[in-house]
Design a protein around this ligand. Structure first.
Ligand SMILES: [Zn+2]
Length: 510
C-alpha cells in the first residue's frame, strides 16, 4: 500500500551554532503539523493553519510557515484536513479499553475519546457473579470486578488504552448491584444504596448517569426512581443520557418522560441513539425532532445518532418483530449461526423467529428497524451528535463499530451533501465536548489537549459492511492522542496515550 503522506523526524536540519534546541528549551515544539487545512471543531469555516504540539497540549496554531520546526517532528498535511480528534459520545467500550487497549476500531476512525457506560450499562461500580442480559454485552460476569470508579479508572490507566475514556454510571448496573428482585421498583433502602454509589462515582470523576429502561433489569423502575438518582448528579454538572423506555409506538410518551425527568432532576438530558424504531412510527422523526426542539427552549437537551438504519442489541425473543430483517451478530449457544438472518435460521429449524431467538440466546442481533429517511433527518438536525453505539464484543458486530465517523464525513457529508464538513466535524467534536462539559477537548486552539486527526477529505470512507464489518476505514492519515502520534497510515504507532478522564464540576475532564 502506498501513501503520499509524509511523516518524518526532521533530523536533517543542523542546529544553529550557539542555540541548543532540546526538550528543556521552552519554545521547542515536539511536533509541528504543516500545510494542512484546519477545521477547528467549532463549526467555523476551514482555513490554512499550522499546528504545534508540546507535551500533551497544542502549543500554537499559526499562519502557514510561521512556526519554528527546529528539532520537531514535522508532519506534512498538505492537501489534508486537520481537525480535533473525534469524540464518540455513545459507546459500550467500558471493557474494551481494558481488554483491547489498542482500540483499533476507534483510533482507526480518528476517534480520540470514547464515552462509555451508555444505555444504563456500565462496567463499574459492580462486582457480581451473575449479570443478567444486557450486561453481557460488555463481557462475562467475571469482568464486573470494579466496586468503584476509582478502581475502574486505575485499571484503565494501567491498561494504557489508545484513546481517552470517560464513563457514565449505568442504572441497570446500579440495580443489579443493589436489588435482589429486579422486577419491581427500588424500595427506599435500595434507592439509598444506589444514590450513595452514584454520589461516590461522581466524586470519583464519573461524567454522569445513564438509563436504559428499555432493558429488563430496569424496566420496572418508574420516573420517580430515575429522578431520585438523576438529581444526585446535578451538583456535579453531570449529564443524564437515556436509552428511552420506548423508541417504537410509544416514543412520544418516552420523550415526555425524558424531559420530565430532566426538569425534575435539574440535569441536562441526552437522548441516546435517537430513532423511530418500528413501522408504526416510521416517518415520524420530523415530529419527534419538533418535540425535542420545543423542550430545548426551556431545558438543556442533546441527542446522539449513528449513521445507519439498522440498530443492534441483545437478541431477546421479546424484541423480535417479523416485519423487518434481523441478522445474528453473536450467539454463545450457536456460534455457527452468526452472520445469518434470523428468518433463515428459523426456517431451517422449522420454528418461529421468536423460538429461534430463544435457542440462540445469549446472543445479539442487528435489527433493520428504521427508515433511512428518519435516520438522515436526525443526522442532519443541528442538535445531533455522532455516537457509534458500537458493540466491541460481538463476533460479527454492526459495522457502526468500525465505520461510523468516516461514514458521516465521507458518505453523508461529501457524497450525499447532507451537511458541510465543518458541520459534520462539529457534530463529533465541539458540540460533543460542550454537551458533556469536557473542557479543552473537541476543539483545536492553543492550550487545548492535542487530540487531533489528519484526514483526506476526498478519500475518507467507511469500508465496514454488515457482512464484513471489521474493515478499516479509508482516508485517516494520522491521529494524535494527548500529543502522541498514535496512528499513521492505517497502522498503530505503538503509542497508547489515552487515559481515564476524571470529570470535575468545573468542566475540567482531564
Ligand atoms: Zn442503547
Amino acid at each position: 500500500m502506498e501513501y503520499d503522506f509524509i511523516y518524518s523526524m526532521d533530523v536533517s536540519i543542523p542546529q544553529q551554532p550557539g542555540r541548543q534546541v532540546s526538550e528543556d528549551t521552552p519554545h521547542a515544539f515536539e511536533t509541528v503539523i504543516v500545510g494542512g487545512t484546519l477545521i477547528d471543531g467549532t463549526g467555523a469555516p476551514r482555513r490554512p493553519m499550522d499546528i504545534a504540539i508540546r507535551g500533551e497540549r497544542i502549543a500554537a496554531v499559526a499562519a502557514p510557515g510561521t512556526l519554528a520546526t527546529n528539532g520537531a517532528s514535522v508532519l506534512d498535511a498538505g492537501g489534508k484536513i486537520v481537525a480535533p480528534g473525534f469524540i464518540d459520545v455513545h459507546t459500550h467500550d467500558d471493557n474494551a479499553v481494558i481488554k483491547s487497549p489498542e482500540m483499533t476500531p476507534k483510533i482507526s476512525q480518528g476517534v480520540t475519546t470514547v464515552i462509555a457506560g451508555n444505555c444504563g450499562i456500565s462496567l463499574a461500580p459492580l462486582t457480581h457473579t451473575d449479570c443478567p442480559t444486557p450486561l453481557n454485552i460488555l463481557g462475562p460476569p467475571a469482568d464486573y470486578r470494579f466496586d468503584s470508579i476509582t478502581a475502574y479508572a486505575d485499571a484503565v490507566d494501567a491498561a494504557r488504552p489508545a484513546v481517552n475514556v470517560a464513563l457514565l454510571v449505568g442504572h441497570n448496573t446500579l440495580r443489579v448491584g443493589a436489588m435482589s428482585d429486579l422486577g419491581r421498583k427500588a424500595d427506599p433502602a435500595e434507592l439509598d444504596d444506589m444514590r450513595d454509589k452514584l454520589d461516590a462515582a461522581m466524586r470519583q470523576g464519573a461524567l454522569g448517569f445513564s438509563t436504559g429502561t428499555y432493558y429488563k433489569p430496569s424496566a420496572a423502575a418508574d420516573e420517580d426512581e430515575i429522578v431520585a438518582l438523576a438529581e444526585i448528579i446535578a451538583p456535579y454538572d453531570g449529564v443524564y443520557a437515556t436509552h428511552m423506555r420506548d423508541e417504537k409506538a410509544r416514543i412520544f410518551e418516552s420523550l415526555e418522560e425524558t424531559f420530565s425527568t430532566g426538569r425534575r432532576a435539574r440535569v441536562k438530558v441526552v437522548i441516546s441513539h435517537h430513532k423511530c424504531a418500528s413501522p408504526e412510527v416510521w416517518g415520524r422523526s420530523a415530529e419527534t425532532l419538533a418535540v425535542i426542539e420545543g423542550a430545548s427552549k426551556t431545558q438543556p437537551v442533546g441527542l446522539d445518532v449513528y449513521p445507519y438504519h439498522a440498530g443492534s442489541t441483545v437478541l431477546d425473543p421479546d424484541y423480535i418483530d417479523e416485519r423487518y430483517r434481523i441478522f445474528v451478530s453473536w450467539s454463545d449457544s450457536h456460534p455457527d449461526m452468526v452472520g445469518r438472518d434470523l428468518s433463515d435460521i428459523a426456517e431451517d429449524w422449522g420454528v418461529t423467529q421468536k423460538e429461534a431467538a430463544v435457542r440462540l440466546s445469549p446472543g445479539g442481533g442487528i435489527y433493520f428497524s428504521m427508515d433511512e429517511q428518519d435516520m438522515r433527518r436526525i443526522l442532519a438536525h443541528p442538535t445531533s451528535m455522532i455516537g457509534s453505539d458500537g458493540l466491541p464484543k460481538d463476533t460479527n458486530p454492526h459495522p457502526r463499530l468500525w465505520g461510523t465517523f468516516p461514514r458521516v464525513l465521507g458518505h453523508f457529508s461529501r457524497d450525499e451533501g447532507l451537511f458541510d464538513l465543518e458541520t459534520a466535524i462539529f457534530k463529533m467534536t465541539g458540540l460533543s465536548a460542550a454537551n458533556f462539559n469536557m473542557r479543552d477537548r473537541g476543539v483545536v486552539r492553543a492550550g487545548a489537549f492535542a487530540d487531533l486527526v489528519v484526514f483526506d477529505a476526498d478519500a475518507i470512507a467507511d469500508r465496514a459492511t454488515y457482512e464484513d464489518p471489521k474493515r478499516l476505514s479509508a482516508g485517516i492519515e494520522a491521529v494524535f492522542v494527548n500529543g502522541r502520534t498514535s496512528w499513521v497510515g492505517e497502522q498503530p504507532t505503538g503509542e497508547r496515550a489515552g487515559r481515564f478522564l476524571r470529570h470535575r464540576r468545573d468542566g475540567a475532564a482531564t
